[in-house]
Design a protein around this ligand. Structure first.
Ligand code: SF4
Length: 337
């Protein structure tokens, strides 16, 4: 049995206009097992959403160019599938939830009919069974089946996002991609939607890619974490690798910018400088103009992946595994050189 549901290798995507090229994703590698939840973390413009749109093959045709790579889903390359095959895969095998539920819902169609339509397109079910299946899905996401005939404007923001989740899960996809699914919601509603996603993850064993800039959300729901910066993954590991043993200076900056409840802080630390212009990326390591550990070498050469353990890698010249030192529980310690 194939234990990798999704395997992306060396994915490179540019956006081109008449006089500029945006380097959106640069040599990205990523693996996801069935039932696993991966957090894709980074600032706006890091390439997270482009990665998701590439998997679904819904990049804007005119501007986007996939320059290299393969996206193996269930062992077959999505980049070589026909448009017809991709239409079947979207919704049935891979579904996506966007940040703003109103961009996904049709305001003039009842929520029940929208769930029915998705089931009709992708599931092998007689017409007579559609309404019951759609009503069941509403109940799965905590909405009473009596609300089947209501329109999206009759629901609150959190309820609309629940409807979007119901549509996405109605064909029991193997992979769910959620792009900042709670960002547009109030904090209490965010917690409810996250609880729902956790519960659905347990029940359906759906693999998930959760795109977010919020490490709290990642800690709550993810099994693995990929930290993206300037179109590439700069650190990748299990939740424990990243939360207890992160090594990349950018990851360190992200964690330092989170308020702590243990220590009294008057001001939060910030990562100095701005995210780089993707049309004109810095030479060498793209993080070097902002990195407190940068050396002259960092501006000259782009760091490759340094494998720190079976599950953890980092792209930084200043991090190397040290075989001599071992933590008490046997994990290899990585020292900044
Ligand atoms: Fe900083 Fe150099 Fe590591 Fe880049 S390679 S993160 S500039 S130390």
């Amino acid at each position: 049995m194939n234990d990798q549901l999704l395997k992306i290798q060396n994915l490179t995507v540019d956006y081109r206009s008449s006089n500029k090229t945006v380097h959106a994703v640069r040599g990205l590698d990523l693996n996801l097992r069935p039932g696993e939840t991966l957090g894709l973390v980074g600032e706006t413009g890091a390439g997270k959403t482009t990665t998701a749109l590439s998997i679904l093959r819904i990049l804007p045709d005119v501007a986007a160019r996939v320059l290299s790579g393969e996206i193996l889903f269930d062992g077959k390359d999505l980049l070589t599938r026909s448009k017809k095959e991709m239409r079947q895969i979207r919704g049935r095998d891979i579904a996506m939830i966007f940040q703003d539920p109103m961009t996904s819902l049709d305001p003039v169609v009842t929520v029940g009919a929208q769930i029915e339509e998705m089931i009709m397109l992708h599931a092998d079910l007689p017409r007579s069974g559609l309404r019951k299946a759609a009503e069941d899905m509403l109940e799965v996401v905590g909405i009473k089946r009596e609300r089947f005939d209501d329109y999206p404007h009759q629901f609150s923001g959190g309820m609309k996002q629940r409807v979007v989740i119901a549509i996405a899960l109605s064909c029991n996809p193997k992979l769910l991609i959620a792009d900042e699914p709670t960002t547009a919601l109030d904090v209490t509603i965010q917690a409810q939607v996250l609880d729902l996603m956790k519960q659905l993850k347990k029940t359906y064993r759906t693999a998930m890619i959760l795109i977010t800039h919020d490490l709290g959300v990642v800690a709550d729901i993810c099994d693995a974490v990929a930290i993206m910066y300037a179109g590439e993954i700069v650190e990748y590991g299990t939740l424990e690798d990243i939360f207890d043993g992160h090594r990349h200076p950018y990851t360190e900056g992200l964690f330092n910018s989170i308020p702590s409840i243990d220590v009294e802080q008057k001001t939060l630390e910030v990562i100095e400088g701005l995210t780089p212009d993707p049309t004109n990326l810095p030479s060498g390591c793209a993080f070097h103009p902002r990195c407190p550990y940068a050396s002259a070498h960092c501006a000259e050469e782009r760091p490759g992946e340094t494998q720190l353990s079976d599950t953890h890698y980092v792209r930084c010249f200043q991090c190397a595994p040290s075989k001599e030192k071992e933590l008490q529980h046997g994990r290899t310690v990585v020292e900044r050189l």
